[in-house]
Design a protein around this ligand. Structure first.
Ligand code: DAT
Ligand code: MG
Length: 147
C-alpha cells in the first residue's frame, strides 16, 4: 500500500492546526501509520531539504523548520502521495485554492503550514529519513474495504 510523509511545520503546530490537518486526512479515508512531535536538528532539516541547497531561501527554510516542534506523520492509502499534495494545495498559499490546507490557512510561502512528499521516490526517502521501521505501524482497519 502506498505511503507518504506528511509534516505539520512549526507554524502549523504553533497555530493549533495539528488536529485539523490530521482530521482532513482521516476523513478522506487515509490511514495514519506513524506520528511523532519532534524538534528537528539542523542536520535533519538540511538533509530533508537537500534538493533546495542552492536556493536563496535555503538558510531561512532550515531556520524555520528547526524553530519549534513539528508533527511528523506517515499516511497510507491508494494514491496517497498525489492526493495529499492536492489536499495541501500549491506551495505558495497565495496560489492555493480554498478548500486546500494552504489555501484555507496559509498566507506566506515561507510559512505554508504543511509538508508532503512530492513523488514515490521522495516519499520513500523521507519516510526512511524521519522514521525507523518500528515507528511505522502496519495494521488492518476494518473500514478499509469500504474505501
Ligand atoms: P513544497 O513544499 O510544495 O514541496 P518546494 O519543495 O518547492 O515546495 O519548497 C519547499 C519549501 O521551501 C516550501 O514548502 C516553502 C519553501 N519555499 C519554497 N519556495 C520559496 C520561496 N520562493 N521563498 C521562501 N520559501 C520558499
Ligand atoms: Mg517539495
Amino acid at each position: 500500500m502506498e505511503k507518504t510523509f506528511i509534516m505539520v511545520k512549526p507554524d502549523g503546530v504553533q497555530r493549533g492546526l495539528i488536529g485539523e490537518i490530521v482530521a482532513r486526512f482521516e476523513k478522506k479515508g487515509f490511514q495514519l501509520v506513524g506520528a511523532k512531535l519532534m524538534t528537528v536538528s539542523r542536520e535533519l532539516a538540511e538533509e530533508h531539504y537537500a534538493e533546495h541547497k542552492e536556493r536563496p531561501f535555503f538558510g531561512e527554510l532550515v531556520d524555520f523548520i528547526t524553530s519549534g516542534p513539528v508533527f511528523a506523520m506517515v499516511w497510507q492509502g491508494n494514491n496517497v502521495i498525489a492526493t495529499a499534495r492536492q489536499m495541501m494545495g500549491k506551495t505558495n498559499p497565495a496560489d492555493a485554492l480554498p478548500g486546500t490546507i494552504r489555501g484555507d490557512y496559509g498566507v506566506n510561502v515561507a510559512m505554508n503550514i504543511v509538508h508532503g512528499s512530492d513523488s514515490p521516490t521522495s516519499a520513500e526517502r523521507e519516510i526512511a529519513l524521519w522514521f525507523n521501521e518500528a515507528e511505522v505501524n502496519e495494521y488492518e482497519k476494518t473500514i478499509n474495504r469500504w474505501i
